[in-house]
Design a protein around this ligand. Structure first.
Ligand code: ARG
Length: 455
């Protein structure tokens, strides 16, 4: 029985089918079918024996899918039709009752929201592990001086612990974003039917409670049109991936011979097919390169959704592969970030040597003059002159004698300058809140730990 008198063109079937990828939704599809069937029985639309048959049939279907023995048929357009087809083969006509008061439109929206909810939980678990590890690594390297950079030029010294904690704050914000996505996943679409509601007094709250939703979508049109939660998830994932890519980029730089700040473990490095000496930071490079892929998934789904008339359109089938690949990529990148950070070893001496470059005390020298009453802008000029002459002559800032200094920067007192350069205090003087002085970094570590514990 069909509305159609011709068979489908094979190319139509090829473009239309989604079962090759949406089979991944089967657990969610079975779960919502169980909840839906139970609700139909409790409002008397199907009988208790019908429910028993449907539930045991769904158990069998789930067991086949779990075992990998489920035989997909050529006409299984998507996972929803495949499951209903197999259910009906197993339990007979009663299988046809399952789709009462339900459309694939509210069904697929429900599967997708359940998938995204789970993907958020996975992201949170991965994030939690990574944050915990970074907190431990920050504590271990709390007072290791290193140069801080802007424009990838040595700028001002910081402690490695401070630098690692920067990632903790980034990831804590990511966690907040995924929390917001999880909240957006708390609204049940099922019960909206195709778009207008259904011809039965269904108990949507019962289904919501069984599936762990906070509430039911209040508008059937919005319920089947909405993919905001998917966009929100992809946006959160894109920002997290961007953070991980910056971490990857730093590991690539830092592990180079030029920097020599750290060594990646062998377990997280690869060799070269031709150059025997090479130890390549491939995973860090891939961490760097995976971010644009997730950003593209986010942009792609916006492309799919923008300009779509309400309600469901087949375009929306294209949400899935973007979501699936994002979830898989995120899991991999989080694991790689964690694996590399857990095993990387930092070179304390090399970091300290780079941080003791006198040039990076330039702001501190200017502030010395500011304390003597010079406006900062003028002090900046004085130090710039000194730095220029030192660079031109290939000399260190502390190498100028009193006469030379008087000629270049008469306002600068040589003793005070040398004392400053030798004190090593350029880190410990950064006492502003959030600064790199050790007392502040300790304070920050404690704050990060409690922010983490509060989440
Ligand atoms: N495979 C479809 C999707 O993923 C399921 C919904 C189909 N609904 C429809 N009215 N054809 O979007």
């Amino acid at each position: 029985m069909s509305r159609f008198s011709q068979p489908q063109d094979p190319d139509f079937q090829a473009i239309n089918t989604s079962v090759d990828f949406d089979w991944r939704l089967w657990r969610h599809d079975v779960a919502q079918s169980r909840a839906h069937a139970a609700m139909l029985a409790s409002i008397g639309v199907i009988s208790a024996p019908d429910l028993d048959e449907l539930l045991s049939g769904l158990d069998e279907v789930a067991a086949e899918l779990e075992a990998g023995s489920f035989a997909f048929a050529p006409d299984d357009e998507d996972i929803h039709t495949a499951i209903e087809r197999r259910l009906t083969e197993l339990v007979g006509r009663v299988g046809g009752k399952l789709h009462t008061a339900r459309s694939r439109n509210d069904q697929v929206a429900t599967d997708v929201v359940l998938f995204v909810r789970e993907a958020c939980a996975d992201a949170q678990a991965g994030l939690g592990g990574l944050i915990e590890l970074l907190l431990a690594r920050a504590e271990k390297h709390l007072d290791w001086p290193m140069p801080g950079y802007t424009h990838l030029q040595r700028a001002q010294p910081v402690y490695l612990g401070h630098h690692l904690l920067a990632y903790v704050w980034m990831l804590l914000r990511d966690r907040g974003r995924f929390d917001a996505v999880s909240a957006a996943c708390g609204v049940l679409p099922l019960g909206a039917g195709a778009l207008a509601g259904v011809n039965f007094a269904t108990d949507r709250s019962q289904v919501a409670a069984e599936l762990g939703f906070e509430s039911v979508a209040p508008n059937s049109i919005d319920a089947v049109s909405n993919r905001d939660f998917a966009l929100d998830y992809l946006a959160a994932a894109a920002t997290l991936a961007t953070h991980l890519s910056r971490l990857g980029a730093e590991l690539v730089l830092w592990s180079s011979t030029e920097f020599g700040f750290c060594t990646l473990s062998d377990a997280w490095s690869s060799g070269s097919s031709i150059m025997p000496q090479k130890k390549n930071p491939d995973a860090a490079e891939l961490l760097r390169a995976k971010a644009p892929r997730i950003v593209a998934h986010h942009a792609a789904l916006h492309g799919v959704m923008h300009g779509l008339p309400l309600t469901y359109n087949k375009d929306m089938q294209e949400d899935k592969e973007h979501l699936f690949d994002t979830a898989d990529t995120l899991a991999l990148t989080l694991a790689a970030a964690r694996g590399m950070l857990a095993t990387v070893s930092f070179d304390r001496e090399r970091l300290a040597a780079a941080a003791s470059d006198e040039q990076i005390a330039a702001v501190d020298i200017a502030d010395l003059l500011v304390r003597g009453g010079l406006p900062f802008r003028e002090a900046h000029g004085v130090v710039a002159d000194l730095v220029r002459v030192a660079a031109d002559e290939g000399r260190s800032l502390s190498s100028f004698d009193a006469d030379e200094l008087a000629a270049i920067a008469p306002t600068l007192d040589r003793e005070a300058l040398v004392a400053l350069l030798h004190s090593g205090s350029w880190l410990e003087s950064k006492i502003s809140v959030g600064g790199t002085a050790l007392v502040r970094v300790r304070e920050q570590l404690a704050a990060a730990r409690s922010a983490f514990a509060a989440g």
